[in-house]
Each structure stands twice: as structure tokens, then as C-alpha cells.
Unconditional design. Structure first.
Length: 221
């Protein structure tokens, strides 16, 4: 799929990349990034020389109509993994699926915010990313996509032309948390550290709220 989409993405958006040397060329690793646009799924893999597997909501694989069929075909062709976010055990299921991706030696892309930003700002991260990192021991690198919100903000079906940049930071230090009890406080601290690293790359304004809560408030008027 990258063979067909790659030239189009490059010709239209000319995405720039920095810090690519930090990304391992082989073996498992976690890319923890911001999520401001549906297009993020395509820009990050485009600038790397290896496949990135994302955990995508199951609805992307079961959509109806032309757009739904195309989206499902794209996500299947890209090797993305469906996760049911509506079940009561969605978080545990996502961690289990992510663990399998890493055990197989793959590069896992994950959005700690858990959903797309409604307004381009960076929101509080969910602690699942910290638990996954601690339990897997795989290298974790912060990453950020800049400009994709302007290219394709939420609700816009087709992206428009605009500059996009992808940045990768060096692997974060898991050893600094050694000897600590694996509990909710530790996972919260680690997640906040990850979000700060992402913010340093993205330059986004940070909001200490969950994006899902803000979306519900906006929907309620």
C-alpha cells in the first residue's frame, strides 16, 4: 500500500522529518505520538523505512458506503489492528493486542490521548501507554506530527494541501523508574512524562483534561 500512497503523500504534502535516526531499524519499539488528524496514520509511516502498526478503532474496519469501504480497505492493507473501544474491557484488550504487536518484533504506533484532539491542542494521556511500556520493556520514543490538523481537521473527509512535519525524539529512559511499585501513581507519572516529551516536539498547548471528556462536553452543547 505504501508503494501506491507514498508518491501521492510526497507529491502533495512534502512532509519533512527530523529525528528519524532515533527509530530502531529492527526489533520492537513504541512510537507514542500526538493525534490531531485522521491523516496522522499515514504521515508517520510515510517518513519511516519500516512498517508502523497502529491500534485503530474497530469502526474503521466495518464502515458502510464508499468512504467506509475505502477506509476499511486502507486500514487492512496497512496492517492496522482493530480494537473495540466500546467494550467494558477495551483498555485491557488494547494493551493485550499492543503487547502481541511488540512480541512479534514490530514497530507499534500509539496515541496516548486515546482519541483525536478536538481542537489541535494536546490533551492528558491515558495510562495504558505507561503500563504497556513497563510490561514490555520495549524502547519508547515520543513523536509528533505538526500541520496535519490544518491539513485535515476533525470532520473534514478529504485532506487539503499544506506543510506537514514529523518529529521523533530519542528513546525515553525506562530505568529511571526502576525499583518503584507498579501502581496507578507510577503509571500516571510515567504517562505525564511521556506527554511532556510529546509536547516538547509538537509545541502544542497542553490541556490537563481527557480529550474524550472535552468532546462529550462539546457534544452536549
Amino acid at each position: 500500500m505504501k508503494i501506491f500512497l507514498g508518491p501521492v503523500v510526497q507529491a502533495v504534502f512534502h512532509p519533512s522529518v527530523s529525528g528519524r535516526e532515533h527509530v530502531p531499524t529492527v526489533g520492537p519499539a513504541i512510537l507514542a505520538g500526538n493525534h490531531v488528524s485522521f491523516s496522522d496514520h499515514f504521515f508517520v509511516p510515510h517518513v519511516l523505512h519500516r512498517k508502523v502498526i497502529y491500534l485503530a478503532k474497530a469502526q474503521y474496519f466495518t464502515g458502510q458506503g464508499f468512504v467506509g469501504t475505502v477506509t476499511a480497505s486502507l486500514f487492512n492493507a496497512l496492517g492496522q489492528k482493530p480494537v473495540d473501544r466500546d467494550s467494558g474491557r477495551a483498555g485491557l484488550a488494547a494493551i493485550a493486542t499492543a503487547g502481541e504487536v511488540l512480541t512479534e518484533g514490530n514497530l507499534l504506533g500509539i496515541y496516548p490521548e486515546g482519541t483525536r484532539s478536538p481542537d489541535g491542542r494536546l490533551y492528558r494521556g491515558r495510562v495504558g501507554v505507561a503500563r504497556l511500556w513497563v510490561e514490555s520493556g520495549a524502547p519508547l520514543l515520543p513523536c509528533a506530527v505538526i500541520g496535519s490538523f490544518e491539513v485535515q481537521p476533525p470532520g473534514q473527509k478529504m485532506p487539503k494541501k499544506g506543510p506537514v512535519a514529523v518529529k521523533f525524539g530519542p528513546p525515553m529512559d525506562l530505568a529511571k523508574y526502576d525499583g518503584r511499585k507498579r501502581d496507578a501513581r507510577l503509571y500516571r507519572e510515567i504517562t505525564d512524562d511521556i506527554m511532556r516529551a510529546i509536547q516538547e516536539l509538537s509545541g502544542q498547548e497542553y490541556v490537563n483534561e481527557y480529550a474524550t471528556d472535552v468532546k462529550e462536553q462539546l457534544a452536549a452543547g
